[in-house]
Write a protein that binds this ligand. Structure first.
Ligand SMILES: *Cc1c(COP(=O)(O)O)cnc(C)c1O
Length: 417
């Protein structure tokens, strides 16, 4: 073996694509070891919100690293975690009274599923079935894969995945979705898990707030717990702090991760309504919530999250989101005119378009060609099959955003020529 020993995620090493090395980042730019400045048009896989290396977050990490680096969180606590919990209670819907920490979006989903089943078990009405929305993505651990779309990404692991009820993605007015959900809810499932408004990895598929509200209402009527996976949509991506806000929906369980630390450190939380916490509250040790990982609520990660919360409280983040949304729309309006571009759509700061090609889907032969063209043009974009999307850090300026537009236009003209 020669070269690096690293086995990269979602990377086919057999194709021999170059693996650029990045030395530092600032704002919306990554700087490589070979001296290139690359525009981060996908926020380093949807995590960087305000921009890379925001000074307040960097300073919080620096200070915390020298004070308390790590602490067991079973039965112990620390100030950064308390600040995050208090901050979330103040910002998030008031019905979500409890904050459970973990380390990634996938684990926040595992925690949500376990909370839902724990709720039913401990209130003496055991339920075990989970409903999911077609084309969803909830992470790559076994439970998170089980509630996500089945396909080439998880085919070899199929024997380990548990059975779920799949609700079709909305077509037209969404009556197909609502009817299927209504029927499935009558059978008494434990929970329905959804990505609110935008299905990210499933291809930036979007549906309107009214439909989310209607789905939530069906769950409420049938007493099926609603789990909102806002791992990607949270922290302003869709133009509001949470996507659920736009539908006036408060879920029973909420998963947030990616932008929780502004994209600087791995940290996640699962928030729950008081009833779900109280179902586990007892003098019976067998009813406690049996979940932890070594780095649960790591103090340095919590300090970064607390700094992110301060940024939301003290900086005009919502104005920045509105401004970026308008600029993203202008970019899309321009790309929509290109031949071969269809299904142009936007939700908040997320802009997406599909290319009209015969072999759509994640394994579309177009994606690797586009990826190469984008990389050679120093723009980090990572198409999902024939879907190209732009999801930049909120600080991106007009020059970089129009450069992204130029590069997409160039690449689309080449691959569709
Ligand atoms: C990214 C993502 C996850 C998984 O988060 P990780 O931190 O990568 O484990 C879960 N749900 C959604 C909607 C996501 O976009």
């Amino acid at each position: 073996m020669t070269g690096s020993a690293i086995w990269h995620p979602y990377t086919q090493h057999g194709l021999g694509d170059p693996v650029p090395q990045v030395t530092h980042a600032m704002g919306a730019a990554l700087y490589t070891a070979d001296g290139r400045r690359v525009i981060d048009a996908i926020s380093s896989w949807w995590v960087t919100t305000h921009g890379h290396c925001h000074p307040r977050i960097v300073e919080a990490i620096r200070a915390q690293a020298g004070a308390l680096d790590q602490l067991i969180f079973a039965g112990w606590t620390h100030a950064p975690a308390e600040r995050v919990a208090a901050g979330l209670r103040a910002m998030m819907p008031e019905e979500l009274t409890r904050v459970f920490f973990s380390d990634s979006g996938s684990t926040s989903v595992e925690v949500a599923l376990k909370m839902a089943l724990g709720y039913w078990a401990h209130t003496g009405r055991p339920r075990g079935r989970i409903l999911v929305l077609e084309h969803s993505y909830h992470g790559d651990t076994i439970g998170a894969m089980s509630v996500g779309e089945r396909g080439v990404f998880n085919a070899p692991y199929e024997p380990l995945l548990f059975d779920v009820g799949c609700i079709p993605f909305p077509l037209g007015d969404g009556a197909n979705t609502l009817e299927a959900l209504e029927a499935a809810c009558r059978e008494g499932p434990a929970a329905f898990i959804v990505e609110p408004l935008v299905l990210g990895a499933g291809g930036m598929k979007m549906y309107p707030p009214a439909l989310l509200a209607a789905m939530a209402e069906i769950c409420r009527r049938h007493e099926v717990l609603l789990i909102a996976d806002e791992v990607m949509t949270g922290w302003g991506r869709t133009g509001t702090l949470l996507a659920c806000e736009q539908a006036g929906v408060v879920p029973d369980i909420l998963c947030i991760a990616k932008g929780l630390t502004g994209g600087s450190m791995p940290l996640a939380v699962t928030m729950a309504r008081e009833e779900i916490f109280m179902a586990h509250w007892s003098t019976d040790r067998a009813k406690m919530f049996f979940h932890s990982s070594s780095y649960t609520a790591n103090p340095i990660a919590c300090a970064a999250a607390a700094a992110n919360i301060t940024i939301w409280q003290e900086e005009p983040v919502l104005e920045r989101l509105a401004d970026l949304g308008a600029r993203q729309q202008a970019l899309l309006d321009r790309l929509a005119l290109l031949p071969g571009v269809a299904a142009v759509r936007r939700c908040g700061t997320i802009a997406a378009l599909d290319l009209e090609v015969p072999d759509g889907g994640y394994m579309s032969s177009l994606a690797p060609r586009l990826l190469t063209l984008f990389r050679e043009a120093d723009v980090l974009l990572r198409p999902l099959g024939n879907t190209i999307y732009v999801m930049p850090p909120y600080c991106i300026d007009d020059t970089d955003l129009s450069r992204i537009g130029d590069v997409i236009e160039m690449a689309v003209r080449i691959v569709l020529a």
